[in-house]
Structure formats: structure tokens, C-alpha cells
Design a protein around this ligand. Structure first.
Ligand code: ATP
Ligand code: MG
Length: 400
């Protein structure tokens, strides 16, 4: 079936007041961003729906593939166009119905007449088209309330538009409509899921990763790059900052007693993340922490770690179970990347008995014997930035 346009519905964008325009514009830019290599795709945004046109059928097919992962879309329907003339509409109705599964299904015709000058009234049209369809698809039953298939016929001045299928969108809000944050991305299962959930709430992301070569391998780094790339498909491309962390970890192990070194490691990671966040103009920091999962994720630990900054630290998984997190990871295609067997910088330096209730005064006391600041500055300066030219929704402000 060759479709002429896609009808896109906004869902949560049914927001109040002035926000609405901003959200619609943001969504339009994100769709343009996701389709930027499909030259014939054109968008036409209205207050409560958007139309995507593509004169090339390959572009249209590809657009249908990509739309389900773009946040801010509640649902979309492929639409076929024909002349606003009864015989043409009846013929097109058969094509459209043939594109969906009809065996044992119920059906109904719904007419919308945006062009009131059309000669037949709604009831007559319904009967003509419905009868025609039923003659060709004897399997179909008629049902006026909640039918399986609803054939919508919209008669506008420039033609008749027919659709019979509605696909679920990704929901949420357009990425970039709720500010920009820095995701602390390990190679684990949790942090990519945390990033995904924040994107779903409209937050665009940079990511930061701490690597400890030669204790962590090139392959561990590749894994994180693949995770960032995968996440990029849900909104906008993600820029990834890789921090060389070996010297700091060695200094920490030397200066801080074994059972508190994990706390200091996390504190320094957060401090570095916060400095990078400031440099790139991001507003929050996102982590994959989940309460009680490991020693560093108790409330006591988080209190001691979080004391290095007053920046909002967003933890979308704080109340999720591991199984729930794995479920999402599988669904969004990060799980298989996350379980590749490469060492993380923290596992290598993890003490066997980290404190689950570290006291802030103790931690700061041991840290005070060594000046970590120069090493911190050096690590930030020596960072590698992957995907430097990442196209963010904000790059498209000129399209507003
Ligand atoms: P994950 O599956 O995300 O690695 P986890 O259950 O293994 O989480 P931790 O290793 O304690 O938990 O890490 C908690 C959070 O700290 C991670 O979700 C991530 O946001 C951040 N983090 C941990 N290690 C790194 C790292 N090497 N680089 C960047 N962020 C990290
Ligand atoms: Mg981890």
C-alpha cells in the first residue's frame, strides 16, 4: 500500500496555554531531526495534529519505521488520498481495508466532511462506502460501538483522505522541551534506562563516562559509545564525555581507608560531572541509582555522595526493582549491549566491604589530607568528547 501522508496525534501535548505552541514546534523539529536524511519528508503542524508528507515511497516507509520511537507522539495513522468523488473514494476504501487484517474483525465507516459542499450527506456516504467494503470483504462484521477497524474518510477541499489503522506512539514529551541534563552513563544496565526515562519526560542529554585505562579496556569504552548511540535514537544525538579516571582512583585508594573509598570515588565522580555540567550549560545530573541495590545506593551513602553539589540529581529508577529495569532495557534495546562482559572502572577498584552507612564527617576528614583538585581539573581537561557535533534539538532554533 502506498500512503500519501501520516496523521500524527500529540497526546500529552494537549497541554495548557502557551506551552502548547512551544511543544508542537519542538516536536516538529525533533521529527525533522530524525528524518533529516529523508529528503522528501515535509511536515505541516497544526494545533492538535501534524501531517507528514513524503513524495518518495521509500522515504514514507522509513518514516513509518522511525515515528514509533519519537517522544511526544501519542499515535499516528497512515493516510491515503484520492479525488473527493464517490467512485474514487469507494475504490480507495478497498485498498485501505486490504492493508489491515480483516479476518473475524468488526468494522465501521466514519465520515468527516471538512468540505461541506460535497454532494452526498454523511449518512448516504457511510452507506455507500460501507456497503461497498462489505461486498468485497464478506469476513467483516459491522459494529457501531468500538469496532476493531474504523475506516475514517475525511473529505477536504483538496481531496478525500482515508485511514483505517492507528499505531501507538512512544508517548511522553518531545526531547528538549524540558531542558538539558548530563547523564552519568556506566556500562551497566541501569543508567541507560535512566537516560531513556528522562528523555521520555522531554529532557535532552549529554552523557559522561568514567574510564580507567588500562584497567578498563577499549571494548568497555566501545560498549558505552554504543549505549549512547542507541539512546540517541529516542530523541536527539548524544554527546559523550569520557573522563580519564585512573590517576584519581589510584589516589583515592591510597588516601582513603578501604571501606570508605567507594564513597569518595562517587563523590569525586559527581563533582567532575557537576563541573562538566556547568561547562555545557546543562541543568541537572541523571544517574541510574536504585535505592538499596548496592552499598553506594543506601540513603546514608547518597547523603554523603550528594553533599558535593546542590545541583538537582535526577534518579528516575530510585523506586524501581531490578526486574522492572531489565524489562525496559530489553524493550529499548540497551540490555544486550549492557551485558557485554567488560569491566567497569568501579568494579575494579571496589573494596570488598564498602560501608553501607558512611558518615560524611569521616569521609571529608580522610579526603582533607590530600588535594584532589589538580587531578580533578586535569581529568576534565583531558576528557575525550565523542560525537562532538551531535545535533541537539536546540541547534534547530532557527527553524522556529
Ligand atoms: P548501572 O547499571 O547504571 O551501572 P549499577 O546498579 O551498577 O548501575 P552503580 O555501579 O553503583 O550501580 O552506579 C550507580 C550510578 O552511578 C550508575 O547508574 C551511573 O549513573 C553512575 N556510574 C557508575 N559508574 C559510572 C561510570 N563508570 N561512569 C559514569 N557513571 C557511572
Ligand atoms: Mg554499574
Amino acid at each position: 500500500m502506498e500512503w500519501n501522508e501520516l496523521l500524527i496525534r500529540y497526546g500529552e501535548l494537549s497541554l495548557k496555554g502557551r506551552n502548547r505552541n512551544t511543544f508542537v514546534r519542538r516536536l516538529k523539529k525533533n521529527i525533522q531531526l530524525a528524518m533529516r536524511d529523508l529528503p522528501t519528508v515535509k511536515l505541516q503542524a497544526e494545533r492538535d495534529r501534524m501531517f507528514l508528507h513524503a513524495s518518495d515511497h521509500d522515504d514514507m516507509r522509513e518514516a513509518i519505521e522511525r515515528l514509533p520511537s519519537i517522544f511526544g507522539i501519542q499515535s499516528f495513522s497512515p493516510v491515503a488520498k484520492c479525488q473527493a468523488e464517490l467512485e474514487a473514494i469507494k475504490a480507495k476504501a478497498l485498498d485501505v481495508i486490504a492493508s489491515v487484517e480483516t479476518t473475524g474483525k468488526t468494522f465501521k465507516v466514519e465520515i468527516k466532511r471538512s468540505d461541506k459542499s460535497f454532494p452526498l450527506v454523511t449518512g448516504e456516504l457511510q452507506q455507500e462506502i460501507g456497503g461497498h467494503v462489505l461486498r468485497h470483504f464478506p469476513d467483516l462484521g459491522v459494529k457501531m460501538k468500538k469496532p476493531d477497524i474504523q475506516l475514517l474518510v475525511d473529505i477536504r477541499s483538496d481531496g478525500a483522505f482515508l485511514t483505517a489503522a492507528t499505531y501507538k506512539g512512544a508517548g511522553g514529551m518531545p526531547v528538549g522541551s524540558n531542558g538539558h541534563s548530563l547523564l552519568m552513563l556506566s556500562g551497566g544496565i541501569d543508567s541507560p534506562v535512566a537516560g531513556y526515562l528522562m528523555m521520555k519526560r522531554g529532557v535532552s542529554l549529554d552523557a559522561i563516562h568514567f574510564a580507567s585505562p588500562p584497567f578498563t579496556s577499549e571494548m568497555a569504552q566501545k560498549k558505552v559509545m554504543d549505549l549512547a548511540e542507541r539512546l540517541g535514537t529516542f530523541g536527539a544525538d548524544i554527546r559523550l564525555h569520557i573522563i580519564p579516571f585512573t590517576e584519581l582512583q589510584q589516589a583515592i585508594v591510597k588516601q582513603v581507608p578501604n571501606n570508605l573509598s567507594m564513597t569518595t570515588t562517587r563523590r569525586i565522580m559527581l563533582e567532575i560531572a557537576d563541573k562538566v555540567r556547568g561547562e555545557i550549560g546543562a541543568m541537572g545530573i541523571v544517574t541510574g541509582e536504585s535505592l538499596g541495590q548496592v552499598a553506594s545506593q543506601t540513603l546514608d551513602s547518597m547523603t554523603a555522595i550528594n553533599a558535593v553539589t546542590s545541583t538537582p540529581v535526577l534518579r528516575p529508577l530510585i523506586a524501581s526493582d531490578k526486574l522492572e529495569i531489565i524489562d525496559i532495557a530489553q524493550r529499548i534495546g540497551t540490555y544486550d549491549i549492557s551485558i557485554r562482559p567488560f569491566e567497569d572502572c568501579c568494579t575494579i577498584f571496589t573494596p570488598s566491604n564498602p560501608k553501607t552507612k558512611p558518615r560524611l564527617e569521616k569521609v571529608t576528614h580522610y579526603e582533607s589530607y590530600f588535594d584532589f583538585a589538580p587531578l580533578i581539573e586535569e581529568a576534565i581537561a583531558k576528557r575525550t568528547v565523542i560525537n562532538q557535533a551531535a545535533k541537539q534539538p536546540t541547534d534547530f532554533d532557527d527553524l522556529l
